[in-house]
Design a protein around this ligand. Structure first.
Ligand code: PLP
Length: 377
C-alpha cells in the first residue's frame, strides 16, 4: 500500500460511516421530498444531519446550514449571491473556487474584484485587506485555512474589523480545510462559511454552506425548492448521512488528532534533509499541511519520483493539474520567488496518518531529492 500524504486534496472515506449510512441506499432510498411517511422520515434525517454538522462549529440559534454538491458550489453560491454592484474583496491566497468566481464577477460586469496581499506565512495582510474595503464593498471572502501552505486566518477577528468599517458588508469564509480539523466556533460577524465532506472522511460530491439565520440569501441553483428554497436539487441523502457520521468521528477526536498530527508534522520536517528542502509553512499554521520547497528542483518531478517509490503527495492545490499553472500563484503572493514555487511540495495528513508513514515519507523524500539534485549538477 502506498503512503498517502495528499489528504488536503481528499481523504479516504470513513468506512464505519459508510456502513452506517448504507441503509439510505439499500432500504431508505426514497425521495426526501416525497409526500409520504418514508419521505417525511428522510426529511427528519436530513434535519438531524444539518443540526449535527452545524452544532460542531456554530450556535444553532444564530446559524443554519444547507447542503450543496461540494465546497466549490458553496463558495460560488456565496460569491454570486452576495457580490453586488461596487466592489468585492478577497485575498490572493484563495482556492480557485473563490479566486475564479471573483474573476468572473469582473467578466460579467457584476462587481470590481479586489485582492488583498498575503504575508510571507500565507495569511492575509489584514491592514491591506481593510484598506480595500470601502462604502461600495458588498462582499468580503477570506479563507479560514489555506489549502497550499496551511496558514490560518483569524476569520472571526477579520469579520469584526470588516464590519466595523462597513456594517453592510457580507462576510464569507471558505472553511473547507478547517472544518473538523482545527478547534473553532463561528462568530456572528461571519455571515457564510463553506464546508466540504471529502476533506474529513466524507464522500466527494457533498458540501454545505453555513449561513447566519437573519441573512437573506438568494438561491444560486433554481428548481424544486429543496433545502428550504436555498438550493434546489434532490438531496444526496446517503452522502449527507455519511458526512454526518464521518464528521461526528472527526470532531470526537479533533483535539487528540490535532496534537498528534502537529508532532508528526514537526517530526517530518526534522527528518528532511535541509540541504535539499526549505520550509514554507509556518509553525502556527494547521498541523495537517506542510509545504516545503526543493528550491532549484522541480516539485512535479519529485512528486513523480516519490510516487514511483510508493509515496503520494501534492505540489500545491489539487486543482493545479487542471489549471496547468507552473507556479503556485499563492506561493508567489507570499513573496517566494519562482524557483522556490517551482520546487514546492505539499504534504498533508489525516487522523489516520501514522508515525511510521511519516518516517518512511521523509526517507523517500530525502532519497529522491538528493538523487535529483545530483543529476542536476
Ligand atoms: N476550498 C478549499 C480551501 C479547498 O481546499 C477545496 C478543495 O481542494 C475547495 C474549496 C473545493 O472543495 P470541493 O472539492 O468540495 O469542491
Amino acid at each position: 500500500m502506498a503512503i498517502y500524504l495528499d489528504n488536503a486534496a481528499t481523504t479516504k472515506p470513513c468506512l464505519s460511516a459508510l456502513e452506517q449510512a448504507s441503509v439510505f441506499v439499500t432500504e431508505k432510498f426514497y425521495n426526501p421530498s416525497g409526500m409520504y411517511n418514508e419521505g417525511f422520515a428522510l426529511q427528519s434525517e436530513l434535519k438531524k444531519a444539518r443540526s449535527a454538522l452545524l452544532s460542531e462549529v456554530a450556535d444553532e440559534s444564530a446559524f443554519e446550514l444547507f447542503f450543496t454538491s461540494c465546497g466549490t458550489e458553496s463558495d460560488n453560491h456565496a460569491v454570486f449571491s452576495c457580490a453586488r454592484r461596487g466592489n468585492a474583496v478577497t485575498t490572493l491566497g484563495e482556492h480557485s473556487a473563490v479566486a475564479n468566481a471573483f474573476a468572473e464577477l469582473k467578466n460579467r460586469g457584476i462587481a470590481e474584484p479586489r485582492f488583498a496581499s498575503l504575508d510571507k506565512d500565507g495569511r492575509v495582510n489584514v491592514e491591506k485587506l481593510l484598506a480595500l474595503v470601502d462604502e461600495k464593498t458588498s462582499f468580503v471572502s477570506v479563507m479560514h485555512v489555506n489549502n497550499e501552505i496551511g496558514a490560518i486566518n483569524d476569520i472571526n477577528a477579520i469579520a469584526k474589523l470588516v464590519k466595523a468599517k462597513n456594517p453592510r458588508v457580507i462576510v464569507h469564509s471558505d472553511g473547507v480545510q478547517a472544518y473538523g480539523k482545527i478547534p473553532f466556533k463561528l462568530d456572528k460577524a461571519v455571515d457564510l462559511y463553506s464546508i466540504s465532506a471529502h476533506k474529513i472522511g466524507g464522500l466527494k460530491g457533498v458540501g454545505a454552506l453555513i449561513k447566519r439565520k437573519t441573512l437573506t440569501l438568494s438561491p444560486y441553483i433554481f428548481g424544486g425548492g429543496q433545502e428550504a428554497g436555498k438550493r434546489s436539487g434532490t438531496e444526496n441523502v446517503f452522502g449527507i448521512k455519511q458526512f454526518e457520521y464521518a464528521s461526528k468521528a472527526k470532531f470526537a477526536s479533533l483535539k487528540e488528532d490535532f496534537d498528534r498530527i502537529l508532532t508528526y508534522r514537526e517530526k517530518l520536517w526534522q527528518l528532511l534533509d535541509k540541504e535539499v528542502y526549505t520550509r514554507l509553512s509556518s509553525e502556527d499554521g494547521t498541523p495537517y499541511i506542510i509545504s516545503v520547497s526543493a528550491r532549484g528542483l522541480r516539485g512535479e518531478i519529485l512528486l513523480h519520483m516519490a510516487n514511483d517509490k510508493g509515496l503520494i503527495i501534492g505540489t500545491g492545490s489539487a486543482c493545479s493539474s487542471n489549471a496547468k499553472l507552473r507556479y503556485s500563484k499563492v506561493l508567489l503572493a507570499c513573496g517566494y520567488d519562482e524557483k522556490t514555487a517551482d520546487g514546492a511540495l505539499r504534504l498533508s495528513f489525516s487522523g489516520e496518518t501514522t508515525e511510521s508513514e511519516i518516517i518512511q515519507a521523509a526517507q523517500i523524500l530525502n532519497e529522491v531529492g538528493r538523487d535529483l539534485k545530483r543529476r542536476m549538477r
